[in-house]
Ligand binder design. Structure first.
Ligand code: FHN
Length: 407
């Protein structure tokens, strides 16, 4: 089978976007201890399922979420349609264990979100878990023999996923990506990616496929993702085997330390940390997907909202140096990173300087002018074969990011 990739149109917006909102929201949000609570606390599936009886997010407002993302300068949203607990947060005919049929809410928040995103020009990706802790045909914990789990109807599970993915791609307006997760739980099983990826691209060639398998990209995937690490780093241990390929890149991180809502987690990242993550990702040619875990009532907690609004203020001023740029044109430096758009380079000084100048190596094109981004006053520089020295003797550095523009 020939594995096609998504259309160039699909890939283009993704690389221009650079900043997205990740949302982990599901039954687990009710317990307020993260999205792994069922597994970590060994809650039996049939007990956990009772959460559906009182999941009723009356305060959910798609408009508010989309406006929050927009104000933060984000261009897309990636939301959990089904996480490892197996609960479908959308209206699906493939299982009654879904928000419309099994909860008193009886509505489909993903449809509302999809419509709102379409209206507001925000792209929407669905996170989709391959791993399922509860379904008998997944057989969580069963040994894998000859690439299938023992004592399960593996084909039934594969068909179940195909049915749901078809629903997600054909029923929801303007979906532009599927974000798989959970491969790492069963690296040796036959996931039928050839059929699943072909199905997705056949249903809609605009839909991008990414898979959080923590490995080098597989055939048919459209972007490569990294978790809690910038491309090229491996502080979490997830990226040890994920050799960077040629596909567009995306890295995801949480706004505190949790993906799903966690009442105990006050480890809020500062506005500066988030901007640095975003700039560092762009400088390595990657999008930054920043996660929030909404509360069970559908609201996003005020600490997150405040931070996102402040990040948005920064993006309004400096977004031009991030959106639609390419990174890794010049390798990251000790002082920061460089992004490029057309014939303009933006040197982002994030970490302060030892000397009263900044040295940018490996600039091949002739530089004719250097100034601070947003300030037309020219800055003295010297171009040598090995790079450009920009002299900053009287510079008052910005506490977050001092951006030097070279053209
Ligand atoms: O197990 C999941 C986790 O809950 C979360 O969804 C993250 C997001 O990247 N991915 C998995 C861990 O790799």
């Amino acid at each position: 089978m020939i594995m096609k990739q998504a259309s160039p149109e699909g890939l283009k917006w993704f690389q221009e976007a650079r900043f997205g909102m990740f949302i982990h929201w599901g039954l687990y949000s009710l317990l307020a201890r993260g999205e792994w609570v069922m597994h970590n606390e060994k809650i039996p599936y049939n007990n956990y399922k009772k959460l559906a009886d009182f999941f009723n997010p009356q305060e959910f407002n798609a408009k508010e979420w989309v406006q929050l993302a927009k104000n933060a300068g984000m261009k897309y949203i990636t939301i959990t349609s089904r996480h490892h607990d197996g609960f479908s947060m959308f209206n699906t005919a493939a299982t009654p264990y879904n928000i419309v049929q099994s909860t008193p809410y009886h509505k489909d928040p993903l449809m509302e979100l999809a419509k709102e995103c379409e209206k507001e020009g925000i792209e929407l990706h669905f996170y989709y878990s391959l791993l399922d802790w509860g379904r008998p045909d997944y057989g969580f914990g069963n040994p894998i023999v000859n690439h299938v789990p023992e004592n399960t109807d593996w084909n039934s599970y594969i068909n179940f996923m195909k049915t749901q993915l078809t629903e997600l791609i054909t029923k929801y307006p303007n979906i532009s990506g599927i974000w798989f997760d959970g491969h790492w739980e069963r690296p040796k099983v036959n996931w039928h990616y050839d059929e699943i990826y072909s199905l997705i691209h056949r249903l809609n060639s605009k839909v991008l496929i990414g898979n959080n398998h923590h490995l080098a990209p597989f055939k048919g995937e459209d972007f490569q993702m990294f978790e809690k690490d910038l491309p090229g780093e491996n502080t979490t241990g997830f990226s040890g085997q994920s050799k960077i390929g040629d596909l567009p890149l995306e890295t995801c991180e949480t706004i505190n330390n949790s993906w799903g809502f966690n009442i105990n987690d006050n480890h809020y990242k500062s506005v500066k940390q988030i901007i640095h993550y975003l700039v560092n990702a762009a400088g390595r040619n990657a999008n930054f997907l920043l996660n929030v875990g909404p509360m069970p009532n559908g609201k996003i907690q005020s600490e997150f909202v405040d931070t996102l609004n402040k990040v948005g203020e920064w993006m309004k001023k400096y977004g031009e140096t991030i959106y639609d740029t390419r990174g890794n044109v010049i390798a990251p430096q000790q002082w920061g990173v460089i992004t490029q758009k057309g014939n303009v380079l933006y040197a982002h000084i994030l970490n302060g300087l030892k000397d009263a100048y900044v040295f940018i190596p490996d600039i091949k094109q002739k530089i004719s002018r250097v100034n601070l981004f947003g300030n037309s006053a020219e800055i003295k520089f010297k171009q040598q074969p090995e790079g450009v020295f920009v002299y900053l003797p009287n510079m008052i550095f910005d506490n977050v990011d001092t951006i030097i523009q070279l053209q």
